[in-house]
Design a protein around this ligand. Structure first.
Ligand SMILES: NC(=O)c1ccc[n+]([C@@H]2O[C@H](COP(=O)([O-])OP(=O)(O)OC[C@H]3O[C@@H](n4cnc5c(N)ncnc54)[C@H](OP(=O)(O)O)[C@@H]3O)[C@@H](O)[C@H]2O)c1
Length: 320
């Protein structure tokens, strides 16, 4: 699997990141370990989790995904070869919602314990917290960097202007800032004004800002949970707009030209962007994993990229 530099860190990570939201809950340990093994066998080294995964699943209370990864890391002895990202910011069990310094510091300890490691490569603020001063949040992340508990920190579900504020504070104080941004994004574009909160999408503002500042953008839910290829999973309503059919048409056309699936083309389209997007994908079973990893073998021509980018372009644009 190709590696790319994460933002301007000088550190190289796999061009596809494996999401583990459902590992340890809907996928039991053996199933999860098999999926992580497949990803690593394909050359992957970048794993994404969160302290609260998966409190949104009926079997989960939060912490299960990290515990599953921790056990697998121990059994395989792989810690040093992998780049592990986790997150803090959503309330779960008795942990409060938000990014108070005390929450960040104590949750980092809990994540370290569950993952069975003495450092985290990347700790995200899982969502913005407008009630805690940004300076307090950044100061806590910086303390963790200084103490060697985390290597980098990132932002997830942030608006561009808040990242700009954070970068301003960091540069004034001589601190590190949010290295990269994990945000919702897929090939289909949500309708203007669609509210997916607390999830935030990669929009034009964020793209312009992150490109200018050299921050890697990591799209989550890139496959719309299988909606591109599954009749049992309709395209979610925020993505049903005037350009949906045109974009789906071009996506499937390009997939057919390449003998690929729509899922593979979506991931390849992200990885072919310049600078590349780094998709955070997942899979429920080995068949899905194999298909999704097949995106690594897809070469999109400049003409196909242009067609995918331009499809329905004038139909869903916000009025100026
Ligand atoms: N930062 C955040 O706020 C945030 C939010 C959401 C997710 N994430 C991260 O991003 C990761 C990926 O998110 P996601 O799971 O929503 O992304 P996704 O890759 O769009 O969806 C994965 C799901 O899609 C279905 N699927 C995957 N491959 C398929 C295939 N080849 N054919 C048919 N169906 C397929 C499966 O659904 P079924 O399991 O139903 O079969 C699978 O569980 C998460 O694990 C998590 O680490 C972060």
């Amino acid at each position: 699997m190709k590696k790319i530099q994460l933002s301007q860190t000088g550190v190289e990570v796999s061009c596809l990141c494996l999401g583990t939201l459902r590992f340890g809950t809907r996928n039991n340990y053996d199933q999860s370990a098999q999926l992580m093994d497949m990803y690593v066998e394909a050359g992957g080294c970048f794993i994404d989790t969160a302290n609260c995964y998966d409190q949104w699943c009926s079997q989960g209370k939060g912490g299960e995904s990290e515990v599953t990864i921790g056990r697998w890391l121990r059994e395989r002895g792989l810690r040093e070869q992998l780049f592990i990202a986790t997150k803090v910011g959503f309330g779960y069990r008795d942990v409060p919602d938000g990014l108070a310094a005390s929450t960040i510091i104590s949750e980092c300890e809990n994540s370290l314990r569950r993952l069975g490691t003495d450092y985290i490569d990347l700790l995200y603020a899982h969502k913005d917290d407008l009630n805690t001063p940004l300076e307090e949040t950044l100061s806590a992340f910086n303390k963790l960097v200084k103490d060697g508990k985390i290597r980098f920190f990132g932002a997830s579900n942030y608006l561009a202007w808040r990242l700009a504020d954070a970068d301003g504070i960091a540069s004034q104080k001589g601190w590190a800032s949010f290295t990269c941004v994990e945000q919702r994004c897929t090939y289909l574009r949500p309708n203007p004004g669609a509210d997916l909160s607390p999830q935030q999408i990669i929009d034009q503002n964020l793209m312009t800002y992150c490109d200018a500042r050299g921050k890697t953008m990591l799209p989550y839910t890139p496959l719309l949970r299988g909606a591109y290829v599954r009749s049992d999973r309709p395209i979610p309503s925020p993505y049903r707009g005037p350009d949906t059919d045109v974009r789906l048409g071009v996506l499937h056309e390009v997939a057919q030209e390449l003998g690929a699936t729509a899922n593979q083309v979506v991931l390849a389209w992200m990885m072919h962007r310049q600078p590349p997007l780094l998709p955070v994908f997942s899979a429920r079973n080995p068949e899905q994993m194999k298909e999704n990893l097949g995106a690594l073998d897809i070469a999109l021509s400049a003409e196909q990229m242009e067609r995918l980018n331009q499809a329905g372009h004038c139909l869903n644009d916000e009025p100026v």
